[in-house]
Design a protein around this ligand. Structure first.
Ligand SMILES: Nc1ncnc2c1ncn2[C@@H]1O[C@H](COP(=O)(O)OP(=O)(O)OP(=O)(O)O)[C@@H](O)[C@H]1O
Ligand SMILES: [Mg+2]
Length: 294
């Protein structure tokens, strides 16, 4: 994404990781901004950079001074107990928290070097470049074809042949084409949960994002459908930077290159996934990934 791409974009049919070493969550917020870069990421490789990001719901500070650097073509897993702020942080990356009354954010969040909270940012363009897949599949009550074609059409793509090609491309990318190619005009609501989730991923791909955010995308799926989503994530990371929230430690270990452990609104530790699961610095991380947390 070019520096200027999110600024003043004509609205089409308007729509180094910081590795905290603190031994407890309260301390970790204090060291986040000064922690050494144990897994340094060069500026050129950095896609997402958070600098002291805090998010408040009213007076409640849900995430506290998160600083993190996420590199291109990586899968980054966000793990941590319920309520620790994973979804809040994820939503801050495409400014979805803006839609929540009383929610405000401080700090800086940059994508490709550009502060996405700059008032001049085009939110439509931002959300197109930063796709979000939710825990519960949420296809539009439209045909399978229309679920994919809808976004690009809003962006002005109207040629039938081009749309056909894009729909097939996205469904193939999402490993769904073979299962639905003969029923493209059927309702998306008739698909199974796992198919609906892959359709939602295909839909997110249709607007050509750079970043894919996934909030527990496989938590409602059986092991076979989950395996397909995980294979898909591996496949997609050659083209996208993917941030995935998961409660499934095996899944985090299988699919991600880097893992961030959140606890009570702070990011306690962030490192390469193999290190996080075999030799984490922080005792809380170790307890959490080994299931001894409590
Ligand atoms: N819309 C909201 N309004 C008020 N408080 C909220 C809102 N969404 C989240 N919170 C609060 O912010 C904190 C972090 O919530 P968040 O949903 O980010 O946690 P999470 O780590 O994603 O949890 P889970 O694993 O259960 O999904 C919690 O205390 C939660 O109650
Ligand atoms: Mg959540």
């Amino acid at each position: 994404m070019s520096q200027a791409s999110l600024l003043h974009r004509p609205v089409v049919r308007s729509v180094q990781s910081a590795i905290p070493t603190a031994v407890n969550a309260a301390e970790s917020a204090a060291v986040l901004s000064v922690a050494p870069a144990a897994v340094a990421v060069s500026d050129a490789d950095t896609v997402i950079r958070a600098k002291g990001v805090s998010v408040f719901y009213g007076a409640h500070e849900a995430i506290k001074a998160i600083s993190v650097t996420m590199p291109r073509n990586n899968v980054i897993a966000l793990i941590g107990p319920s309520g620790c702020g994973k979804s809040t942080f994820l939503r801050s990356i495409n400014r979805l928290n803006d839609l929540i009354p009383g929610c405000r954010m401080t700090g800086e969040l940059l994508i490709e070097g550009q502060n996405i909270y700059d008032p001049k940012i085009d939110l439509v363009a931002l959300r197109r470049r930063v796709g979000l897949v939710f825990q519960k599949p949420n296809p539009f009550p439209k045909t399978i074809y229309e679920n994919i074609a809808y976004g690009p059409r809003l962006q002005g793509l109207n040629g039938r042949a081009q749309l056909d090609e894009l729909v097939e491309h996205c469904l193939r990318k999402a490993a769904l084409w073979e299962e639905v190619k003969d029923r493209l005009t059927s309702s998306a609501l008739g698909l199974s949960g796992g198919q609906q989730q892959r359709l939602c991923i295909a839909r997110a791909l249709a607007t050509k994002p750079d970043v894919l955010l996934m909030d527990e995308p496989a938590s409602a799926l059986d092991p076979i459908a989950t395996g397909k989503i995980e294979d898909l994530i591996q496949e997609l990371k050659s083209s996208y930077t993917i941030v995935i929230v998961t409660h499934n430690m095996q899944q985090a270990a299988r699919v991600s290159d880097r893992t961030a452990f959140f606890y009570m609104g702070t990011m306690v530790e962030y490192d390469r996934t193999d290190i996080m699961f075999t030799n984490p610095t922080n005792k809380q991380t170790e307890d959490y990934v080994t299931g001894r947390f409590g």
